[in-house]
Design a binder for this molecule. Sequence first.
Ligand code: UD1
Length: 338
Amino acid sequence: MKKNKILVTGGLGFIGSHTVVELQQKGFDVVIIDDLSNTRIEVLDGITAITGVRPEFVQMDLKDKVHVASFFEQHSIDGVIHFAASKAVGESVEQPLKYYENNISTLVYLLKNMTKNKVPHLIFSSSCTVYGQADELPITENAPVKKAESPYGNTKQIGEEIIQDVTKVFDLNAIALRYFNPIGAHESVEIGELPLGVPQNLIPYVTQTAAGIREELSVFGHDYPTPDGTAVRDYIHVVDLAKAHIIALQRLLEGKNKSKMEYFNLGTGTGSSVLDVINAFKKANQMDVNYKIVARREGDITSAYADTKLANEELGWKANLGLEEALSSAWQWQLKQK
Ligand code: UD1
């Protein structure tokens, strides 16, 4: 039987690389497009070491219309998982046009080529950021999409809308996966998160502080209306997250989707505060993390965690790995970095 060939854009990034591993382990043929703007080519070796298969890789910027068009003409693709995007919230405020070009223009080209070449399935990397500070917790998929706090957040909202409009008039079915906070690394420690420069996200900052690369972690805000005063998020192991992409893709390939565009939250359903994370890290790794409490970070919300019922029932997916397992793998990954 012919294997399905799946294009993974941004397939050498953090979530992308873990998803490529799961795809290959399920027998899919994978072709990756990545411009290496926020990762390293060595990730390809990590994927190969885990799966025994070196995926086809094309180094390409999705803004390069001519090459994207010829890529689709040369490859027969059954489905696309679209990760490639810029993702730093602060940078998006400073450089909005970079975000609209990298995240929106590229999506439009991608969809033009998919519809022209009759590629019928798309999984889109979305984010819980579309909900902003939701009025009710846990957050269901029916929670209203609030005005975005940043150009980055806006690109996820607009991206979802563009795809929805396209599914209405073309033979395209899509699923938007709204991630909560992805963390951790593959258990083999062959792949993980590769933040370039000073990390903006909590977990890489924690592991770099424990490793002595950073002196001290700043805990942003201690006066939130939460049990310990620090902000609450739903941290989900990247391997659990990656697995959900394969299930969502299979749902489309088998025609089991209930509408042409579906949305699912991907989280654990459990909220953890910044101090919970620090304590879980200490427990999992027997390592201390120096930290100090500082002012809130602008644009941060108080609390977000997922209602996972829809993903549990419709996708038959749930997160299996816990916070300590994720923090242990993140630490093992940190130890491997030079
Ligand atoms: C943000 C975005 C999310 C995006 C993600 C990836 C929002 C609302 N969320 O998630 O859409 O996908 O970044 O870039 O825009 N913290 C500290 N000290 C630190 C770093 C973080 O205390 O040095 C705290 C933050 O205040 C927050 C929590 O840790 O409460 C998690 O922060 P982070 O890892 O940056 O993720 P989000 O801001 O939740």
